[in-house]
Design a protein around this ligand. Structure first.
Ligand code: MSP
Length: 482
């Protein structure tokens, strides 16, 4: 069995998950499920990033012990992911024992190899972003990423010889491995300012993994966090590394396409095959923030509209690499038009007609040519879930058009049989193809047609005798707009 290793970033646990986090993990789940129904042995990793100053500070502000606090918030991520039907292979936490041991083992190896050395760190630190900047990077005394004030600091620290791996990093950036490719330039431009060794320890932070060779320091949270991708597959590195796809948000591409590649090179490991950097979700054109009170809680939407609808809305709204706007109105209009009027209606109409005769349908294939299966497969190979979903929904629309144009309810005999044969097979294909996006809907469709869940596999897409249909149900009801 061919292996596929797909990862998401691990999420900071300073607050409960919002719709942006949900998107990253839904996208990874959609792609993972596609490869699973293509008979790949998929290892899908997600989890939480739990160390560092910021988290310790938030915990203290809440009067909590950091460990109790991270347990609580990590639990919220886990339960949100369960509600969103995220079928991960492991939910890693950076406070997991095996991860802490792995980080120490790797630090020791790099220290013994001479790739980690002691020095003095001088620079600027942005607490909310856990990021360090040089004098030339900060803008008017503010963080270049979030615009908040930075603190000047000078302290003893250990450094990782990132600069030693510049060639490997540049090779990676030029190797066609980053989706979308226009982001490569941004990283190469940033590299022109020089590539400095990375300080990877803190004396002042207590909530972190101690350095194995100096327990007065803890490991810088990003160094600790990136290694999660290796901890999770330590049991079979040969099988799963290099990762096939690492999904991240665009703001953390530097960490993944430069620092991470440097660390991997120092460990004599190849870089990931692909990194997909997705864009940001905005609300009415604005960044989500607590102070604006516009943060969308995915769990509330799932409770109101179901996880399939939320998954569908996010993936169909924009190509992954773009920024986009999301709102409850948009979600509702997608439920009403795409899911109720198009998909739900197609399934209900055709299955109702089929149920009139309790038989196996055979006949001429009048519809499979309308399905761009090669295009869909190709989109998935390129990790373009948005485009694949639109091709599937185009097919749904074509099937509905076929029903109305042919007035199939008026057909009889062989003509009726061929129409129903074609439509039931099309619906079967739609059930299988839609499953990665909307697992519950995919399963419902397949069951109505008389198969069980294990039938959901790309090898079963071919048209053939089909029926009798078991039952029919309404997949999506319209939601009234307030
Ligand atoms: N902990 C680091 C990642 C370490 S990976 C070794 C981190 N965590 S995060 O919680 O801040 O972000 C996790 C992911 O959520 C990122 O990919 C980020 O891009 C994504 N999103 C956070 N807000 C988002 C939006 N508003 N829209 C889309 N995704 C966004 O960074």
């Amino acid at each position: 069995m061919l292996a596929k290793y797909i990862t998401t970033p691990i999420f900071y646990v300073n607050d409960k998950p919002h719709i942006g986090h949900a998107y990253t993990v839904i996208l990874a789940d959609v792609l993972s499920r596609w490869f699973k129904i293509n008979n790949y042995d998929v290892f899908f990793l997600t989890g939480t990033d739990e160390h560092g100053n910021k988290i310790e500070k938030t915990a203290r502000e809440k009067g909590m012990d950091p460990k109790d606090f991270v347990d609580q918030i990590s639990g919220l991520f886990k339960s949100a992911f369960a509600k969103l039907d995220i079928q991960y292979s492991r939910f890693i936490r950076t406070t997991d024992k095996d991860h802490e041991e792995n980080v120490k083992r790797i630090l020791k190896y790099l220290y013994d190899k001479g790739d980690i050395y002691k020095g003095t760190y001088e620079g600027y630190y942005c607490l909310p972003d856990e990021s360090y900047f040089t004098e030339s990077e900060i803008i008017d005394g503010k963080c270049p990423v979030c615009g908040r004030p930075v603190q000047k600091i000078s302290e003893e620290a250990y450094f990782f010889r990132l600069s030693k791996y510049k060639d490997q990093i540049i090779n990676f950036l030029n190797s066609n491995s980053i989706i979308p490719d226009f982001r490569v330039k941004e990283q190469l431009n940033r590299l022109k300012n020089g590539l400095f060794d990375l300080d990877i320890s803190r004396k002042t932070v207590k909530w972190g993994i101690e350095l194995p060779f100096d327990n007065s320091h803890t490991t810088y949270v990003w160094f600790d966090a990136l290694l999660n991708y290796l901890t999770a597959i330590n049991f079979d590195l040969n099988k799963y590394w290099p990762a096939d796809l690492q999904i991240i948000g665009k703001e953390i591409l530097w960490f993944h396409s430069v620092i991470w590649i440097g660390i991997l090179s120092a460990l004599n490991l190849p870089p990931p095959k692909k990194i997909l950097a997705h864009g940001f979700w905005l609300v009415n054109g604005q960044k989500m923030s607590k102070s604006l009170g516009n943060v969308i809680d995915p769990v509330l939407w799932v409770e109101k509209y179901g996880s399939d609808a939320v998954r569908y809305a996010l993936i169909s709204e924009k190509p992954a690499h773009d920024d986009g706007d999301i709102s409850e109105e948009k979600l509702i209009s997608k439920i009403n038009s795409d899911l109720a009027d198009e998909l739900g209606n197609l399934v209900y109409r055709v299955l109702s007609l089929s149920l009139k005769s309790n038989k196996v349908f055979e006949g001429d294939d009048l519809l499979s040519k309308e399905l761009d299966l090669e295009g869909i497969k190709n989109d998935f190979e390129n990790y373009d879930a948005f485009s694949a979903l639109h091709k599937i929904m185009d097919f749904v629309r074509k099937c509905n058009k076929f029903v109305s144009d042919k007035r199939i309810w008026e057909l009889e005999g062989k003509e009726f049989d061929s129409a129903i044969y074609s439509l039931l097979n099309s619906i079967k294909s739609i059930g299988i193809l839609i499953y990665p996006f909307m697992p519950n809907t995919g399963i419902k469709i397949i069951k109505m047609l008389g198969y069980d869940e294990s039938y959901i596999n790309v090898k079963n897409l071919a048209f053939g005798p089909i029926g009798p249909v078991k039952y029919r149900e309404i997949l999506f009801s319209k939601v009234e707009k307030k």
